[in-house]
Design a protein around this ligand. Structure first.
Ligand SMILES: *[C@@H]1O[C@H](CO)[C@@H](O)[C@H](O)[C@H]1NC(C)=O
Ligand SMILES: *[C@@H]1O[C@H](CO)[C@@H](O)[C@H](O)[C@H]1NC(C)=O
Length: 234
């Protein structure tokens, strides 16, 4: 016990000044000359790479080589990257649970993304409109790190589809057909969407979120005929 206590105090003393000093970057636009001190395994800030950054994935891999945790946000927007490997050492993406800790948007040539070390995030995942990005190999990583805190769409393969709003007619006009794995809370309340929209859900086999049916005019839940599993998270 006391040995642990001493170790813990030692750790806190060492890391605290470091965290709030040289490892904090606020808003940081990544470029080829970005540099984090070698002893910053945990960095703080908002880190952005976009069409103006003039940096390659290989250069970023060197810049991030010693980083294991990012407290804040990583944004990869509008780049010409074909692969993103520079986050390969990242184990934790933490920060504001209302914010997106990882946002990958509008990367028209991106085909692969590798986050082999990621175990946990308490923020949200956004991966939108990367038309040639196939996420299949990352599905289980994203599932365990983000569960249904995600907005993932418009990629070649999305690891499921998302419900980010209550299932109301006005908000689900475009609910996709053929959605097998559904992330989000399915809340059916009040007057239900038209039957043809409800039956677009008949492909769903797994719901990662809550199912709530209250005060509706529904006469059947037959449109959920293939639903096998509901997991409501931790
Ligand atoms: C990290 O390196 C800098 C510069 O050498 C030093 O001032 C600082 O004390 C180091 N921090 C830790 C936690 O090792
Ligand atoms: C992505 O592209 C869409 C459509 O062009 C645009 O509205 C949006 O602002 C872009 N997002 C980012 C993060 O650049």
């Amino acid at each position: 016990m006391s040995f642990h206590y001493i170790l813990l105090s030692f750790h806190v003393l060492l890391t605290f000044p470091r965290i709030h000093g040289q490892c904090a970057f606020n808003l940081h636009h990544l470029t080829a000359s970005s540099k984090f001190p070698a002893n910053c395994s945990q960095i703080f800030g908002r880190f952005t790479v976009d069409q103006t950054s003039g940096v390659t994935d290989a250069q970023l891999s060197e810049i991030f080589a010693n980083v294991k945790e990012i407290q804040g946000v990583v944004q990869i927007w509008n780049t010409q990257f074909t692969s993103v490997n520079f986050l390969k050492t990242i184990e934790r993406l933490t920060g504001d649970y209302l914010d997106k800790s990882l946002s990958i948007v509008n990367n028209s040539r991106l085909t692969s993304l590798d986050l082999p070390s990621l175990v946990k995030s308490n923020g949200k995942l956004e991966i939108v409109n990367n038309p040639v990005l196939n996420l299949r190999s990352q599905c289980s990583t994203f599932h365990s790190a983000f569960f249904n805190r995600r907005s993932v769409s418009g990629n070649e393969f999305d690891c499921g589809c998302d419900l980010i709003v209550p299932f109301k007619w006005s908000s689900v006009k475009n609910f996709p057909t053929g959605c097998v794995v559904l992330y989000g809370n399915l809340v059916l309340e009040g007057s239900a969407p038209p039957v043809e929209v409800l039956y677009r859900m008949s492909a769903v086999t797994k719901l990662y979120g809550n199912l709530e049916v209250k005060q509706t005019n529904l006469e059947t839940l037959g449109f959920l005929q293939n639903l096998e599993e509901i997991e409501s998270g931790t």
